[in-house]
Design a binder for this molecule. Structure first.
Ligand SMILES: NC(=O)c1ccc[n+]([C@@H]2O[C@H](COP(=O)([O-])OP(=O)(O)OC[C@H]3O[C@@H](n4cnc5c(N)ncnc54)[C@H](OP(=O)(O)O)[C@@H]3O)[C@@H](O)[C@H]2O)c1
Length: 301
């Protein structure tokens, strides 16, 4: 098959964690032509077979971005200032439909409002979950929901261990460390699931939910994993109200931790979905202990 015959997949967020993982997995599969989408194509010329401008806040850019695409991967970035995930996703779904896209893959999260009967307010989860219906009702020949877990990478990012008041290094969080509630994974492996879904639409393109889960742990198990590898990290449970006042956005994080404690990250037993995701990916995702050994070196005193 010449490269021109391969189906074209357009990837939003191609310069980021999720979209970047999707670009790399699609390229590695060799089955697809890949169009990386970014607001700054000039800065990322080598990213994929094609690099094209797309700005979810400027829907007029999406026509050319999705033109001739067989498939689209969409992730929205809640953390980016000024992002309205519903508005952005709606524009992308409409543009993909107009462009005749056959398979739409949406990176969603559980609808916490529905799961908790309105008890917990976690906008970056629920906002994504509410978009699922719009994807479903758009009428694409195939559509798939992938669910990103808590990234292992957070432990070298916003959840990195911090110096504590007692001089130790670790975490002070409003979370019961005994409760096993965290579905986590190496976000670079989300791409295997997405590429597998595009390759197997009969098995994964009928509205299936495919979560990436490398491990399911309590915070004490996380600490034990680190400390078993030579770290000396501490954990202190702090009241939600104290944590919520610490920095902008802390209140939402505190609410998210409470939701995890009561319902778990995925909100329900998801073993069948996880098994299907692993089958579609064609491999088992990396365990947390393997990832930490490779990515979080022990600091020598
Ligand atoms: N951290 C976690 O544990 C976790 C877990 C589950 C879900 N999530 C979700 O993951 C999402 C972020 O994904 P990520 O980690 O892949 O992000 P990321 O690494 O920070 O990258 C953000 C990407 O979004 C693109 N982008 C932002 N605004 C855009 C716009 N207006 N139009 C087009 N592209 C735009 C950027 O592209 P350019 O700058 O190149 O244009 C970039 O590729 C968030 O919504 C978050 O809720 C995070």
């Amino acid at each position: 098959m010449s490269s021109d015959d391969r189906k074209l997949i357009a990837v939003i967020g191609a310069t980021g964690h999720q979209g970047g993982a999707v670009v790399r997995a699609l390229q590695a599969s060799g089955q697809f032509r890949v169009r990386a989408l970014t607001r700054n194509p000039g800065k990322h010329r080598e990213l994929a077979d094609e690099v094209v401008e797309a700005d979810l806040n400027r829907p007029e850019t999406l026509k050319a971005a999705f033109e001739e695409a067989h498939g689209v991967f969409l992730v929205t970035n809640f953390r980016e200032k000024g992002t309205d995930e519903l508005k952005q996703a709606t524009a992308a779904i409409r543009a993909a439909k107009d462009a005749g896209v056959k398979h739409f893959v949406w990176s969603t999260l559980p609808n916490v409002e529905a799961i908790s009967g309105g008890e917990f307010d976690v906008p970056h989860f629920t906002g994504k979950g509410k978009i699922d219906r719009i994807v479903k009702e758009a009428g694409f020949p195939h559509h798939t929901f992938v669910i990103a877990p808590g990234y292992y990478q957070n432990f070298v990012g916003f959840l990195a261990p911090q110096k504590q008041a007692d001089g130790s290094v670790g975490w002070a969080l409003p979370l019961d460390p005994d409760v096993r509630c965290l579905h986590m994974g190496d976000i670079r492996e989300l791409g295997n699931i997405v590429a597998g879904a595009f390759a197997h639409p009969d098995e994964a393109g009928n509205g299936e939910y495919l979560p990436l889960v490398g491990d399911f742990m309590s915070f004490n198990e996380i600490i034990d994993t680190f400390n078993g590898q030579g770290h000396k990290f501490s954990f202190k449970q702090v009241p939600k109200e104290v944590f919520a006042a610490l920095f902008p956005g802390a209140a939402e994080l505190a609410e998210m931790f409470r939701y995890w404690e009561v319902h778990t990250y995925l909100g329900s037993d998801s073993s069948d979905r996880i098994a299907l995701a692993n089958k579609i990916a064609g491999r088992q995702p990396t365990k947390f202990s393997t990832w930490t050994r490779l990515n979080v070196p022990v600091q020598m005193p």
